[in-house]
Design a protein around this ligand. Structure first.
Ligand code: 13P
Length: 253
């Protein structure tokens, strides 16, 4: 059985104090959530203190990005995967559409980041997803296939245990327009097939595939009943402890 993952991507929101307050408010609200992995991804500056304050709880911490470079060096403004690990992260989000769109991140860069993260002992949450234009032109699956193969080629069977894929259609991010559970399920099943072609059926069966894009307490249950949806990557609704906890505790809602 694949253990579900509910991850909150805080994007570029919250000061250190606000991050700690939200994390501490979240902790008791999800303390009994043994059915899933609970993850929050604060900004870099908050990561260490949030990880420290959550130690011993069931909430894990993720980076939102990492450098393509494995070793420390002269790369102004970059943060290496091993530094995230050192600061207390267990996961890192790689290839988010906002990074692909606004910071020119390519599949080749995503691949290097995945490799750097895995070598640092992090689990990668690799994001894929098409834009509205690409969907309307009938290219959604080709785009997602290209991103999957581009980001994950060259990984070994052991590395694959450290990969989680997040399907985030760009048209559903921050728009309030979530994909229907059926649209999401169709793409998730496709992602699992592509993964099986590129790797093995066993690895594909074990792969957790998260849905992201306007996930809220009101729509999480309908998504989670789909056979190939193994969790959610939540933006806006993860910024408040109460609403994120409702998403984590979707089984009780
Ligand atoms: P929203 O949940 O705000 O649509 O954001 C989704 C997202 O980009 C998570 O990474």
């Amino acid at each position: 059985m694949r253990k579900p993952v509910i991850a909150g991507n805080w994007k570029m929101y919250k000061t250190v104090g606000e991050s700690v307050d939200t994390a501490l408010a979240l902790k008791p609200l999800v303390a009994n959530a043994n059915h899933c992995e609970v993850i929050i991804a604060p900004v870099f500056t908050s990561l260490k203190v949030v990880a420290d304050r959550l130690e011993g709880s069931n909430v894990r911490v993720s980076g939102q990005n990492c450098s393509t470079e494995v070793e420390e060096g002269a790369h102004t403004g970059e943060v290496a995967a091993f530094m995230l690990r050192d600061a207390g992260a267990s996961y890192v989000i790689v290839g988010h559409s906002e990074r692909r769109q606004f910071y020119s991140e390519t599949d080749a860069m995503v691949r290097r980041k995945c490799q750097a993260a895995i070598s640092a002992g992090l689990t990668v949450i690799m994001c894929v997803g098409e834009t509205l234009d690409q969907r309307e032109l009938g290219n959604a699956k080709n785009v997602v296939r290209g991103q999957l193969n581009g980001g994950l080629s060259g990984l070994t069977a052991l590395d694959l245990d450290r990969i989680i894929v997040a399907y985030e259609p760009v048209w559903a991010i921050g728009t309030g327009r979530t994909a229907t559970p059926e649209q999401a399920q169709e793409m998730h099943a496709f992602i699992r097939r592509v993964f099986a072609e590129g790797h093995t059926a066993t690895a594909a069966e074990a792969l957790r595939i998260l849905y992201g894009g306007s996930v809220k307490p009101e729509n999480i249950s309908g998504l989670m009943v789909q056979g190939d949806i193994d969790g959610a990557l939540v933006g806006g609704a993860s910024l408040k402890a109460e609403s994120f906890a409702k998403i984590v505790n979707y089984k009780d809602e």
